[in-house]
Structures are given as structure tokens and as C-alpha cells.
Design a binder for this molecule. Structure first.
Ligand code: PEP
Ligand code: MG
Length: 579
């Protein structure tokens, strides 16, 4: 049994067979072969070696012709390694005697060689490890080439274990069969994590390297609450987790009874509890859980899996579906937040610092045709229900005014063409850049509502990449600076008499509910799966109690003390929610 600690990003427990994707997206198959398959598999290995050698010779000759012999020497070294009888003997023996699959044998052996090179105290030798990885990839490509399977072609339940998954790969996971996933990279605030919550499957990211220790078909447990991944679990551990799955079912069934009750505190203060969605079908998840509205519709996910740029009708159809399903309840549609880790933007250069680069409202303001297309669709959908519009990643007043000007212009256009829309639709902005909080008193004069995006606010305030596992311990909503920024925003909105929501992942974490209520927040927008728990907390506390919690938390100097304190408080109110 091997336990890996990663970052918990989507709750729940999954037990099942692994589907392993290596860092080039190859699916590493089962470790063991059937006894009668050995001869055929040895033949396959032999053909892969021959094909790999031919490719290298071809590259060597081409480089030699173009650049001269000395540049082709590297390929000679690769060929020598490939023709080393000891390597070949070791692999054949693994297949013949241990019944390992050729892919598994190649991966395991060459990675072991590479590790030895990496451990040598010499930069030159460490570099040679890359040559070995190169040979491994070449052999795997030849072994798996035509049989390379997509994660989308599944026929039975699996847990996906991968080096990395992009937000779009995650969004395209087949929910009928993928019961959970783990990635070696990634951080708590990454969009891959957000999509996982949307899919409502347990997920852990940022475990660090482990894919060499597991192969397709191995039994794995993903504990999405503790951020734990257990490889090859023993019977006792499996039994314990099965019991936990059962307990969760019971708890979920109990919380279901809250669906039609309001998120109202014991002293009668009504909290607006909305859901965050990425795709129209998630509206069902929100309604099933008893959300009051959609507090954040991340429209950029319309681009995922789309071969062509969505036109106005594609935008409109998606929004109309959501608005109609919400039947008069509020729907906050956020304009495109493209760029950064979500979706690379075609035609734009690879950026060195994408989170500080051309993303979100900056793209919309540079590409006004794209922006206007979306605004037209949102405005048209506003004729169907309570639509509100929200601009993401505003960092200066000029950006906000420009965005509003384009919106006003599109309204004129629609009016001229006699298209119906709500002229009085509410216009809001996200608070996710510290510059906005610094100037918050001016911003509240210009909008109808605010929505605090802590996912970005944390990364821009603490200078921590939200998707980088190596700085994940620094990425926390408990930091006193973050609490201060939330408090300043809430107070400014209250003074101005406009609503303020919090739609970052923080509001879906039960740990922070009392604190946020105590800081004066009366609206939260959370992943749909979190609605029942957050509602339960709201209904179990008084505002006076929460204000006391907030006052004490604010006096603490360190994030870890804040977290520890909030955990104690939650334990007293609802011990079953504390893991
Ligand atoms: C946020 O930054 O908190 C937010 C809700 O936006 P996103 O996670 O889509 O960047
Ligand atoms: Mg954001």
C-alpha cells in the first residue's frame, strides 16, 4: 500500500481501477499479461525497437546532411543505447518471466535508468536523463502508437491518474465512467480543480510524481476530502473507505431535506445562496440542491471542445437554456474570462506570465467584435428572465468604463434593430485584483453589484500562482490580508447600498461560512455540490455568533492559526462537517 498526499480539490471518495495517462497522454495499460500472450508481446516489443531505431537513423541522416556529422552524434548515442543487449535482455526477461506488459517494462526500466543519471552529481550526466526519457517516449509511441486510446473512449468505470489534465480535458471526461481523477501537477485554485467540482467527482491534484508506481487496472482509492491517494490499498483500508462512502450517502440524504428551505440563520437573517456553473447542464445540479440563483456563470467554458469560435447564436442558446431553466431566479452571466490557465487564446503568443498577461476583460476590450457578440447574446437572453451581467478581472476604472461603454453601444444597436432586452439589467464586476479593493469606494459608485473572486484575489494579493503545486501551501483564503480585503469590499458595498457576493471557491468551503457571515456577507455563490452543506451551516448559526468568530479570526496573525480556529468553531456547530 502506498499513500500519496496531494491537494484536495473536489470532495468525495472513489475506489476503483486506475487508468494511467503518462505525461505525453499515453495510456499505460495493465501491468500483467496473460501467460499465453507472452510470445506475441515479445514480438511486439521487438518490432517497436526496430521501428524506433529506424526513426533515429532517419533523424541522424537528416541532421547530418543539413548541419554536419558532429550534430548527429546525439542520435548515435541514442542508437547505441537502444542496441545495448543488456537493456534488451532486461526487458525481454521482464516480459517473459514476470509477465509484465512491454509498455510497463519499458517505462519502468528506462525511468529507473534515468533516475540513476539524475542522481549523479554532475549537470552533464543529469542532462543525459533526458536522452533516456526521449528513448522511452519513442518506444512507447511505437508500442502504443496505433492503439493509443483517448480517455473519452471508455466502457467501464475508472479513476484517471494523469501527469496533468487541462481544464478542457477535464471537462471532456466521460462522467458515465470517470469516477475520480488525480494529477501529479496543479494547485487548489486551478481551473482543472474548478471543473472537477463541476463534474462532482472526487479529485486530488499536485501529488508530485507517482505514475511510475502504478499501472492500468491497479486498485486505487481517491480521498477527495483529505487530498489522499492510496495505491494498492489493503483489504482493511478498502473496507474503511467503503464505510465512509456509505456514511456520505446517509449525510447527503439528510441534507436533501433542506432543499426547499431558505438559507436563513437562526436569528432570521436571509442569506442568498447561489450556485456557480460552467456548463448549462449544471443548472439542474443547482436546482436539485436548492440554490437561490446562479451567482456565477463562467461562460468561457463554451469554448471548451468547440472546434469553431462560438457565434452569437451559440452564446444565446446556452444562456437561454440557463435562464429559462432558472425560471425567474437571478442568473449572473460573466463575460468571457479567457486566457491564463483556462484556455489558450488562438493567435496569441505564448506568454511568460499568463496570469499577468492578456486574459479576461483585457482580451474582450482588445477584441471588441468578440466582446460585442457575447454582449448581444447576453442582452437578448435578458429578455427571458432575471439576467445580470458581470465583468471579470477588472483592475482599473478605465477598463470598467470601457466595458460599460461597449455594453451601452450594443444596447443602442439592439434597440435600433428592435430586439427585446432588459434595459435595466444590473451591471456588476468581479473584485479579484487588489487594486480594485484599494480603490473600492470609487468602484462601488459605478456598478450595481460586486462579486468577490477569491480564487484570483488570493493569487494576486499573495503573489502565489493558483495552479502551482510547489507554492500550494502559500495559497490560502485564511491569510489575514485576504480577510481584510474581503472586509473592505463588503463594507464599501454596504455603505453604497449595493449587493456583494463571494463566488470564489472559499465560499463553498464550510470552514469559512461563519467567518464570511460575520464579516457582513449575505450572498455566497458556491459549487452546486456545496449548497446543502453551506445552507445547513447558515441555518445552524446566529449572526451575533458569526460576528464573534470574525472578530476573533481577524485578531490572528497567521493563516494557519485562522484555519485552526475556524475548524474548532465549525466543530462545535456541526462536528460532522469537519473531516
Ligand atoms: C475567482 O477568481 O475567484 C473566480 C470566481 O473566477 P475564476 O475562478 O473563474 O477565475
Ligand atoms: Mg477569477
Amino acid at each position: 500500500m502506498q499513500k500519496l498526499q496531494g491537494i484536495a480539490v473536489s470532495p468525495g471518495v472513489a475506489i476503483g481501477e486506475a487508468l494511467v495517462m503518462d505525461n505525453e497522454g499515453f495510456r499505460i495499460p495493465r501491468r500483467f499479461l496473460a501467460r499465453d500472450a507472452v510470445e506475441n508481446e515479445l514480438e511486439r516489443l521487438s518490432l517497436a525497437f526496430d521501428a524506433a531505431a529506424r526513426e533515429i537513423e532517419h533523424n541522424r541522416d537528416a541532421v547530418s546532411r543539413e548541419l554536419g556529422k558532429e550534430y548527429a552524434a546525439i542520435f548515435e548515442a541514442h542508437l547505441q543505447m537502444l542496441r545495448d543487449p543488456r537493456l534488451r535482455g532486461e526487458l525481454d526477461q521482464m516480459v517473459r518471466e514476470r509477465h509484465y506488459s512491454p509498455e510497463y517494462a519499458v517505462s519502468r526500466t528506462l525511468r529507473r535508468y534515468a533516475k540513476v543519471f539524475q542522481s549523479l552529481d554532475s549537470g552533464y550526466m543529469a542532462e543525459r536523463a533526458n536522452d533516456i526519457f526521449d528513448i522511452e517516449k519513442r518506444l512507447l509511441r511505437n508500442l502504443l502508437g496505433r492503439r493509443r486510446e483517448q480517455i473519452s473512449n471508455l466502457t467501464s468505470p475508472v479513476l484517471v491518474l494523469a501527469h496533468n489534465l487541462t481544464p478542457s480535458e477535464t471537462a471532456n471526461l466521460d462522467r458515465r465512467f470517470v469516477r475520480g481523477f488525480v494529477t501529479e501537477t496543479g494547485g487548489a485554485g486551478s481551473h482543472t480543480a474548478i471543473v472537477a467540482e463541476g463534474l462532482e467527482i472526487p479529485a486530488v491534484v499536485g501529488t508530485g510524481p507517482f505514475l511510475t508506481d502504478v499501472s492500468g487496472g491497479d486498485v486505487v482509492i481517491i480521498d477527495g476530502d483529505q487530498g489522499l491517494v492510496i495505491l494498492h490499498p489493503d483489504e482493511e483500508t478498502i473496507a474503511r473507505y467503503r464505510h465512509e462512502v456509505e456514511q456520505r450517502r446517509t449525510m447527503a440524504a439528510r441534507l436533501e431535506s433542506l432543499r426547499d428551505l431558505p438559507a436563513e440563520t437562526q436569528d432570521g437573517v436571509r442569506v442568498q445562496l447561489d450556485g456557480n456553473i460552467e456548463f448549462p447542464h449544471e443548472v439542474g445540479h443547482c436546482l436539485d440542491r436548492g440554490a437561490d440563483g446562479i451567482g456565477l456563470y463562467r461562460t468561457e467554458f463554451l469554448y471548451l471542445g468547440a472546434d469553431v469560435e462560438p457565434d452569437e447564436e451559440a452564446h444565446y442558446n446556452a444562456y437561454a437554456e440557463v435562464v429559462q431553466a432558472m425560471a425567474g431566479r437571478p442568473v449572473v452571466i460573466r463575460t468571457l474570462d479567457l486566457g491564463a490557465d483556462k484556455l489558450s487564446t488562438p493567435g496569441l503568443d505564448i506568454e511568460r506570465n499568463p496570469f499577468l498577461g492578456l486574459r479576461s476583460i483585457r482580451i474582450s476590450l482588445r477584441n471588441t467584435e468578440l466582446f460585442r457578440t457575447q454582449l448581444r447574446a447576453i442582452l437578448r437572453a435578458s429578455a427571458l428572465g432575471d439576467v445580470r451581467i458581470m465583468f471579470p478581472l477588472i483592475s482599473t476604472m478605465l477598463e470598467l468604463r470601457q466595458a460599460k461603454m461597449v455594453l451601452a453601444d450594443v444596447m443602442e444597436d439592439l434597440e435600433e434593430h428592435g430586439r427585446p432586452f432588459n434595459r435595466d439589467l444590473k451591471i456588476g464586476m468581479m473584485v479579484e485584483v487588489p487594486s480594485v479593493v484599494i480603490m473600492i469606494d470609487q468602484f462601488v459608485e459605478e456598478v450595481d453589484f460586486l462579486s468577490i473572486g477569491t480564487n484570483d484575489l488570493i493569487q494576486y494579493t499573495l503573489a502565489v500562482d493558483r495552479s502551482n503545486k510547489d507554492v500550494a501551501s502559500l495559497y490560502t483564503a485564511s491569510d489575514p490580508a485576504i480577510l481584510k480585503l474581503i472586509e473592505l469590499s463588503v463594507q464599501a458595498a454596504r455603505r453604497r447600498g449595493i449587493p456583494v457576493n463571494l463566488c470564489g471557491q472559499m465560499s463553498g468551503n464550510p470552514l469559512y461560512t461563519m467567518l464570511l457571515l460575520g464579516l457582513g456577507l449575505r450572498q455566497m455563490s458556491v459549487p452546486p455540490s456545496a449548497v446543502p452543506e453551506i445552507k445547513k451551516i447558515c441555518r445552524s448559526v446566529t449572526i451575533a455568533q458569526c460576528e464573534e468568530v470574525a472578530a476573533r479570526a481577524r485578531r490572528l496573525e497567521h493563516a494557519r492559526d485562522v484555519k485552526r480556529y475556524l475548524k474548532e468553531e465549525l466543530k462545535q456547530v456541526l462536528p460532522e462537517l469537519v473531516g
